[in-house]
Design a protein around this ligand. Structure first.
Ligand code: A2P
Length: 271
């Protein structure tokens, strides 16, 4: 929906996608992906570490939506050695011949270690674009120093409460699209009073306000839900806008201090 963002590869990535972290492989995951595709989502975000690539792949094939209309992301699990081989295994589980985006799931083990294998996965056509997740500006700088192909995306936890301005600016300067996972703070931010007040003022749900905030920041955003009505609700964010005063109120919720501090606090949440 709404055109999407342009990656450094020239491909487009949708602004809104379904995240399926912590959704076990099986009927629940398949249903969530199918409902999302029915609701118009065209970006599905999974990972080797989530253990649900098989269900994601089945739901995509069963949906009847042509594969080329869907932007599919998976992530290399850095505990493994060989991103090229792991990509082959992910593609087998997903039942497709390529992913649109393949991310290093986190920098632990060294922000550059996996990169040559990621570049190989792209060169071999297994991944149309490659990127990273949970990288802070220092991790990105280390990677930039050695990368032949720069990362197209950095996917991090990001919301008004974890508003990583420094990271967003660093990525913008390098042409890296930032993706927000857990835009609802894994649900914790939905009951915030300020979010509720903004939502009441514009006649929208708190979830829609948080997702819309991310979209207006120029991010691609990945709310997670396994409930159909929520999946539908979370996608209805392209027919309204938050005004400057609302955006400023939400921006002021930032409680992260420095970016590196924020990411350190989130290390336990990696997904
Ligand atoms: P569920 O999956 O049971 O629907 P995040 O995207 O920040 O990780 O947040 C995901 C959490 O927020 C999940 O627990 C999800 O629950 C819940 N959630 C997602 N969308 C909504 C919504 N529109 N209203 C209320 N809760 C939601």
């Amino acid at each position: 929906s709404a055109g999407g963002l342009v990656l450094s590869t020239g491909a487009r990535i949708p602004r809104l996608g379904l995240g399926v972290w912590q959704v076990p492989d099986g009927a629940r995951c398949e249903r969530a992906v199918r409902w999302a595709l029915e609701a118009g989502y065209r970006l599905i975000d999974t990972a080797q570490a989530y253990g649900n690539e098989t269900s994601v792949g089945r739901a995509i094939r069963d949906s009847g939506v042509p594969r080329e209309e869907i932007f599919l992301t998976t992530k290399f699990y850095p505990g493994r050695r060989n991103p090229l081989r792991e990509a082959e295994a992910s593609l087998r589980r997903l039942g497709t011949d390529h992913v649109d985006l393949y991310l290093v799931h986190w920098p632990q083990g060294g922000p550059t270690r996996a990169w040559p294998g990621m570049e190989a996965a792209q060169r071999e056509g297994l991944a149309r674009a490659i990127g990273v997740s949970n990288f802070d500006p220092a991790d990105l700088a280390a990677l930039k120093a050695v990368a032949q192909v720069p990362p197209a995306v950095n996917q991090v936890q990001l919301s008004p409460f974890e508003y990583r301005r420094e990271l967003i600016d660093a990525c913008a300067a390098d042409g890296i699209v930032v993706q927000s996972y857990s835009p609802l703070g894994t649900g914790r931010h939905l009951s915030d009073r300020t979010v509720g007040a903004v939502a009441a003022r514009c006649g929208r749900s708190p979830a829609q306000v948080l997702i819309r905030w991310a979209i207006q920041k120029g991010l691609s955003v990945l709310p997670k839900s396994v409930h159909r009505e929520r999946i539908v609700d979370n996608a209805a964010v392209f027919d309204f806008a938050l005004d400057d005063a609302s955006m400023a109120e939400l921006d002021a919720l930032d409680r992260t201090g420095t970016t590196s501090e924020a990411l350190a606090a989130e290390r336990k949440w990696w997904h």
